[in-house]
Design a protein around this ligand. Sequence first.
Ligand SMILES: [Zn+2]
Length: 471
Amino acid sequence: MVDRLARRALDDAIASFHRNRGLAMLLLAGLLPTSCARRPTGPPNVVVVVVDTLRADRLGCYGNPRGLTPFLDGLAARGAVFRNAYATTSWTNPSVASLFTSRYPSQHQVTTFFARLSPEEVNVVAKLDPLGYLGGGFSANFGVADQVGRALGFRSCHAYHTNKPKLRAAPVIEAGLAWVDRVRRRAPRRPLFLYFQFMEPHFPYDPPPEYRRRFDPPGRRGDDALAINKKLLVETKAITEDDLALLRSLYDGEVALMDAELRRLFGELEKRRVLEHALVVVTADHGEEFKEHGGIVHGDSLYNEVLRVPLIVLAPGQPAGRTVAQNVSLVDVAPTLLDLLHLPPEPRFEGRSLLPLWQGDVPPVDVVAELPTTAFGAAPRHTLALVRGSIKLLVRPDSSDPSGDTETYDLARDPAESAPHPSPPDADTHLLLEALHRHETALAERAPTHAEHRPPSETTRERLRALGYVN
Ligand SMILES: [Zn+2]
């Protein structure tokens, strides 16, 4: 009986979605090509792909000249590319928690490896439950699957463990596809919410030979990849410019491999008709540093090499080939999904829908990032960042007043943040700091939840050690 009632409620929800969606499509039909205005067969599938540690500047559609991402560039041409997208922080767990909850690290408090997202946090996966979505999460990053993925309401959220330093995409893709086949047999009408998190560009960088050969710098061919990776972590100060060139090339090889794996994943999803009318989001949780500002890997600063991420969104009926220049944040993704699904906004979400930016021009807003604690547990180099237009303010720890320790950059003139403004206009810095502190005060007032902190098991420590995070 319960099953029958639940089934009926689900059918009603899907029928209601059809009615709302049909109305919206009628309104849009006059503005869009008829091929875009085809009536969908149900709530669209949602596919969210997070490529761990993928810098925005490695994608061709973000201006990279090395041809690393032909698949992603082609995908981007079918939707919108947000050229200035910022993560809320510079390491995995808090960033992914922000992506799905549209809340900042200071609010959801997933700020250590051992903090688990609170079930009280509203998230976009759970928001779609009334429409009958089946959620499947497939993560090569065991930490984020354990501490964030499972709390998001995915009926299935797999973390794959390996005795190698990191897990490759192939088995994660196979498991995801097998899950799709399985649930499709059982519930062919239910829409799917798929979340994949891949690790290819994550440290250690050790692409297979065919990808390595394409990018190795002259003179460094055949160097032991794992030895140079280890040197990066253990003898950071001894890393030379040549070493960095090799590490960047190995990283680029991983990015190219990731692109090929995504081509395979999307091809398989297409064969299964999962992508028909689907909403697709491809992004990253953070970027990666190669000593541009003296640091390595990620998680202890808020410079753009770790904060700017790719953000590509595809949605049926929305204009293709759009490039949006305005600054946006990953907290905007969840509200955008609700908007694209014609669901009412969620008041607890901090972000805004990106649909109006995609369709036209709207006033800009400040983008804020936080780094309450580092991935390594050490003191962060920055605690807060604010980007207003092309001006970026970075705040170092213990600089809570306008005379405190800040760095200001004009990204239009100095996109690499190579030289802090030599004499930042005090009034501007003061205004930006005030805006930042107002923002943080408002966030604090909006009911922070308390993530559950658990001491790590020795196995977890061992795995984190293999990735270079703990001693
Ligand atoms: Zn990450």
